[in-house]
Design a binder for this molecule. Structure first.
Ligand SMILES: C[S@@+](CC[C@H](N)C(=O)[O-])C[C@H]1O[C@@H](n2cnc3c(N)ncnc32)[C@H](O)[C@@H]1O
Length: 274
């Protein structure tokens, strides 16, 4: 396990994922019933963007720091949370900040040090369970929730350092969808080149998963597979209004984060019908 999110926290991928995550949570909290949130690849929960890992890559400079200076309206809720939480909040910290008293978060992190850091972050928090276990195994074990919540949001955010991580993601989405049909599943993916994504979408369609939408931010055409040319969030069972709410969020990200390279743009696509 070489990947450490501290080098990438607050980059354009995080901005896309976290801005849409904040919208998804708010949409699911329109109903008062308790919500179970599973964060399968949680990281450490907060990141000091002034410390060496982040400054070494400069990714946050080209990401969240551009949004903090002048937040566009569709990103206001996300940026306000980042300001409120101080250090750059990872997904479990954003989720925790938005939980209502009736909601619960389970967060999995496999890296031993990062798991220990995350556990300390949520020590004695009765709303949060931190697991030192593999996401791929946890998805089967923790869905449906044993505590009886009828609604769930699952964030799947692998590091994509292993060759077969797109295959693992497809299997995980099929497993989660089978174990809890109505769960909202949100999976972040990198756009380096298109071939692995075409294969992923075809696998999900062949598996018969219904109601899938993708929201993508492209910083440039995906021609150089060694670069993170953009990223996307794939959502199974998107809450009502997602297809109307996502485009302004994507456009606001594009306006602040793109350097107007060839092929920059946004895309919302339906991969499988309801
Ligand atoms: C992209 S980072 C997560 C960032 C986090 N979701 C956020 O938005 O702040 C991926 C994390 O997954 C962890 N990880 C890698 N493989 C894992 C696995 N099989 N199960 C659980 N965590 C894993 C890595 O250690 C890393 O912290």
């Amino acid at each position: 396990m070489n990947y450490r999110h501290a080098f990438h926290a607050g980059n354009h991928g995080d901005c896309l994922k976290h801005a849409l995550l904040v919208w998804l949570l708010a949409a699911m909290q329109r109903k008062p019933g308790p919500l179970f949130v599973l964060d399968t690849h949680a990281g450490i929960g907060q990141y000091d963007l002034a410390a060496t890992p982040a400054t070494r890559t400069g990714e946050a400079q080209r990401g969240i720091l551009r949004l903090l200076r002048d937040p566009p309206a569709p990103l206001a809720a996300y940026v306000a949370l980042v300001n409120q939480l101080g250090l750059y909040p990872g997904s479990p910290a954003l989720i925790r900040a938005l939980l209502r008293p009736q909601d619960r978060l389970a967060a999995c992190e496999l890296h031993p040090e990062d798991h220990a850091t995350l556990r300390r972050h949520f020590a004695r928090d009765p709303h949060v369970a931190v697991h030192h276990r593999s996401a791929w195994e946890a998805l089967g074990a923790l869905l449906p929730p044993t505590t009886g919540e009828k609604r769930a949001l699952v964030l799947i955010d692998p590091p994509y350092e292993a060759e077969d991580e797109f295959d693992q993601l497809a299997t995980a989405l099929a497993t989660a969808n089978r174990r809890m049909k109505g769960a909202v599943l949100a999976a972040w993916y990198p756009i380096k080149h298109r071939a692995p994504l075409r294969a992923l979408f075809a696998t999900l369609q062949a598996a018969g998963i219904r109601d899938i939408v993708t929201a993508e931010l492209h910083l440039r055409a995906p021609l150089d597979p060694t670069r993170l040319n953009g990223s996307g969030l794939l959502v199974v069972n998107p809450p009502y209004g997602f297809e109307q709410a996502a485009p302004p969020i994507l456009e606001a990200l594009l306006a602040r984060l793109s350097n107007q390279e060839e092929g920059a743009g946004t895309a919302l696509a339906r991969i499988a019908d309801e």
